[in-house]
Design a binder for this molecule. Structure first.
Ligand SMILES: Nc1ncnc2c1ncn2[C@@H]1O[C@H](COP(=O)(O)OP(=O)(O)OP(=O)(O)O)[C@@H](O)[C@H]1O
Length: 866
């Protein structure tokens, strides 16, 4: 089920349009292809495996980069005159002896990072920035910038591609020039308004059409001088006094060679240009190579809280100047192993990159941090359950050599082996591996927290049943929670059928069904049975986590389609069962059970997700869980043939013809609708109830059924039963069938207004057919011709993992996961889950390796995360 990348989903047209622009990615809309081009270290979509302690090729390149940086001064800050107050000192106030020494520490020095100094510098208040007026201080604070760290983490939202000036200079271009300061004057324009104007003369080539020629020819003939007027404006009477004007004037000396970059505006006079948003750096001499580089990225900042971007740029540049080198809380061995820049270089690289590669490496490091601390926190939670170093080492070993953490069938309990024998089919190899992994976990006295993922119809249910049998076989209880009553009922029936086939077991486990519709008397009996231990397994909906449900010896909780319950509910389920199980034993005075040594153990949790979640999201959401994936489908499955058809009159006629053909050869058809009833607001939406009559009269001789969420539980069960038995051959339904409904001989599905559904959701719906050996079809009827394109990806692929990644790229994590679940996704200031999966995976691994030693926890978890 591997997918070979997601480039197919990138809209090349958009990319081309963008690359022709000078200001790349300046739009608010996120452009994935552009982002990837800009950051070549990001591999789109797929997350390659990261070897533990693998030699990283990137590192040598980065060392070179660092070596050149070591020899250089940090870039001088931009002028920032607006920040200067007449009486202020320009020096940074000393902080502590430690901090003063920091600036002399070089990258690569042996001295370990000092947690105190990290705190001291990055957590200093912004009012320590020299020359910052009280008003600016207040403005910064009210915009959320209280510390230097917060300031440095105001990252550029994009970079402009600076180009050396060409002859045709257009308004709005971001350009870079090297020239000589011709004049600098502070001018009082009115009683409360003044400005600084610095004029820089630059020689550029005339009549050259490309940058290379410009550079080559600059010393030869055809040169011309252009004049840049750099302007800064000041409002307020105190800025109109002569001493102030003199002081700002004196900041720039006539004859100085400078490098100026920024946005140009043409002036009326020929060859004169104005720059109000700019960077100015003094050069040693004209031949200083670092500033002539073409394509030097120019950071574009978003304004925040009314603060304008150039003010923020200035203040950030000042902070960078004073940033100590060993400000990094992450030890050097991790940064080396994962080919990361130091934090110091990352801050410099993101705010003042010399080239896009440097910005890319900086971005990678900062994203790594975002993910690393998140993973560290999640894993720390997971390890809380592990007591000894041996257990912790065992966990790490399992990640290193997953093949060792499996239990052979011979070691399974006899009940599990018997159920395996009773199955009407053999398990696929990845089902077998999944059961072995889970049982390996179940045999250990540490609560398992595992996510079982697989494509639609891959057979997760039977894997979970076998896991339950394993604990039942050892005298414990199992709970199986599903999101709908329909699914609970279906699982219950399926399990009873399987248990019936088991021979040789003297004492078959007792299984109960508990949902919101269970009559109260029956429900009370079931709860009693669970409390006393007479019932060994219960299948049900969220009623299983109701206050009054208590277990006697719960050992495993399976949460099917867990994402539909949301993360919080999953947590509640977990902790509730833990305390209930404990308290019920205490109450019963059955304390001898504690001699088994497990009375304090929380139940194992096996979460299942039917819609494959891209690994990136799984890690971001469930970094504290082990992951088992079923990667194959039961044999004999024929891929569902998918058709995308426009839902006009012709389209419908065609579809009805296909349905008739299918029914005539004995097939069963699902018709899926976006809504139950027709609505006046959205008349274009087909509705299940409203269509029942139309379809029934169209397909006389084939009875139709109706199934939707507003029906009572027994009506739903009945409708599904009739469809399963063949009494009805057409089932008009809403998306209520999306989850788990298993009618193996259903052979055709038609989805109305298919564009209303997400890609992953459509794949999940499509998974309701093609579950048996019959060749099946799925028709997606799109309301408009324009929506056909988006659906085409489903025609192309039937791999749920591939499609989930496509959905992630197309709609982003929020839409993919839905409101309930995406609310639990942490916010990442610069990371994009859509494309930064590989960095997340590395961060996960780094966190895992390092948490084992626990050496990082004291300062990483508590010191850093913002
Ligand atoms: N190894 C197998 N060989 C043949 N059929 C299998 C195998 N495993 C499961 N099945 C059958 O495949 C069908 C789908 O299984 P199941 O309902 O467990 O899928 P699932 O992974 O839960 O998918 P979904 O999320 O779509 O419900 C069932 O009818 C089941 O009996």
């Amino acid at each position: 089920m591997d997918y070979d990348g997601l480039h197919d989903f990138i809209d090349n047209g958009r990319a081309k349009k963008q690359s022709g622009m000078n200001l790349k990615g300046a739009e608010d809309e996120f452009n994935d292809s552009l982002e990837c081009k800009k950051f070549p270290s990001i591999i789109l979509g797929s997350s390659p495996q990261v070897e533990l302690y693998d030699e990283n090729a990137c590192w040598s390149e980065m060392s070179k980069l660092l070596a050149t940086q070591n020899g250089e001064e940090i870039l001088p800050s931009s002028f920032g005159t607006e920040l200067v107050q007449e009486s202020c000192s320009e020096a940074w106030p000393p902080l502590s002896p430690t901090l003063q020494n920091e600036s002399s520490v070089k990258v690569g020095s042996e001295s370990p990072p000092n947690a105190a100094s990290i705190q001291l510098f990055l957590d200093r208040s912004i009012n320590c920035i020299p020359g910052l007026s009280k008003r600016h201080c207040r403005q910064l604070e009210s915009s959320g910038f209280n510390t230097l760290r917060q300031l440095l983490r105001h990252f550029p939202r994009s970079y402009a591609d600076l180009q050396n000036a060409q002859t045709a200079i257009d308004d709005g271009q971001y350009l870079i020039f090297v020239g000589k300061i011709l004049s600098s004057r502070g001018v009082r324009a009115s009683y409360s308004f003044s400005f600084l104007e610095v004029v820089v003369g630059c020689e550029i080539a005339e009549n050259q059409s490309n940058v290379e020629d410009t550079i080559n020819d600059i010393n030869g003939k055809g040169k011309k001088t252009i004049f840049l007027h750099l302007k800064k404006y000041f409002r307020g009477t105190r800025f109109t006094f002569q001493p102030f004007l003199k002081s700002i004037e004196a900041k720039h000396k006539e004859g100085e060679i400078v490098c100026v970059s920024g946005k140009v505006r043409t002036m009326r006079t020929k060859d004169h240009f104005e720059m109000r948003e700019y960077h100015i750096d003094v050069l040693e001499d004209e031949n200083d190579p670092s500033y002539c580089a073409e394509g030097r990225p120019y950071p574009i900042y978003a304004s925040k809280g009314g603060l304008n971007p150039s003010f923020l740029r200035d203040i950030i540049a000042r902070t960078l100047q004073a940033l100590p080198i060993n400000v990094d809380p992450i030890p050097e061995d991790i940064t080396q192993d994962f080919g990361l820049l130091s934090l110091h270089d990352a801050y410099i690289g993101i705010h003042k990159p010399k080239n896009i590669n440097e910005a890319d490496l900086a971005r990678k490091r900062l994203i790594f941090d975002e993910f690393f601390y998140l993973q560290l926190g999640r894993l720390y939670q997971m390890l809380e359950g592990l007591g000894t170093k041996i257990e912790k080492d065992g966990l790490l070993d399992r990640y290193r050599k997953p093949e060792l953490s499996a239990t052979y069938v011979e070691e399974w309990s006899s009940l599990t082996k018997n159920l395996l024998k009773a199955l009407p089919y053999s398990l696929t190899s990845s089902q077998l591996r999944a059961v072995s992994e889970i049982i390996w976990d179940l045999k250990r006295p540490i609560p398992m927290n595992r996510l079982l993922q697989g494509d639609v119809g891959c057979g997760k249910t039977v894997v979970a049943f076998l896991a339950c049998m394993e604990v039942l076989g050892s005298g414990y209880q199992a709970a199986f929670m599903v999101p709908t009553e329909l699914l609970a009922f279906q699982h219950y029936e399926q399990l009873l059928n399987l248990l019936q086939n088991i021979e040789e077991v003297e004492c078959k486990p007792s299984v109960a069904l508990l949902t919101g519709s269970t009559p109260s008397k029956q429900s009370r009996m079931i709860r009693e049975g669970l409390h006393t231990g007479n019932i060994s397994m219960v299948i049900g909906t969220h009623s299983l986590i109701a206050e009054n449900v208590e277990f006697s010896a719960l050992r495993i909780a399976v949460v099917d389609e867990q994402h539909r319950f949301g993360v919080i509910q999953r947590g509640r389920f977990n902790s509730k069962l833990y305390y209930t199980s404990l308290s019920s034993r205490m109450e019963a005075g059955n304390l001898e059970v504690s001699s088994k040594g497990d009375v304090h153990m929380a139940p194992h949790v096996l979460a299942m997700s039917a819609t494959p979640i891209p690994r990136t999201l799984a890690l971001a959401l469930y970094g504290d869980m082990s992951l088992t994936q079923i990667t194959d489908l039961p044999p004999g499955r024929i891929p569902v043939e998918t058709f995308i058809i426009e839902g006009n009159d012709d389209g419908f006629e065609k579809v009805y013809k296909m349905m008739l053909d299918e029914l005539e050869v004995g097939g069963k058809v699902y018709l899926v609708y976006p809504v139950i009833e027709q609505s006046e607001q959205l008349p274009q939406l087909h509705a299940a109830s409203a269509d029942l009559e139309v379809i029934s009269s169209r397909f006389q001789g084939y009875s139709c059924g109706l199934l939707h969420g507003k029906m009572k539980s027994d009506q739903k069960e009945e409708a599904l039963k009739q469809f399963r038995s063949g009494e009805t051959r057409i089932l008009l339904s809403t998306q209520v069938i999306e989850i788990g409904v298993d009618v193996p001989d259903a052979s055709m599905m038609v989805v109305m207004n298919a564009e209303r559904f997400g890609i992953a959701q459509l794949h999940q719906l499509r998974g309701r057919v093609g579950r048996g050996e019959r060749k099946s079809k799925c028709i997606l009827l799109a309301s408009t011709a324009s929506s056909l394109n988006r659906l085409k990806v489903l025609e192309k692929s039937s791999d749920g993992f591939y499609l989930a990644n496509a959905d992630l790229l197309l709609r982003g994590p929020g839409d993919l996961l839905g409101k309930k679940q995406s609310g639990h996704l942490p916010e990442f200031p610069i990371a994009r889950l859509e494309i930064d999966g590989n960095i997340l995976q590395e961060a996960h691994l780094a966190a895992l390796v390092n948490i084992i030693s626990l050496s990082l926890i004291p300062f990483c978890v508590f010191v850093f995360w913002i």
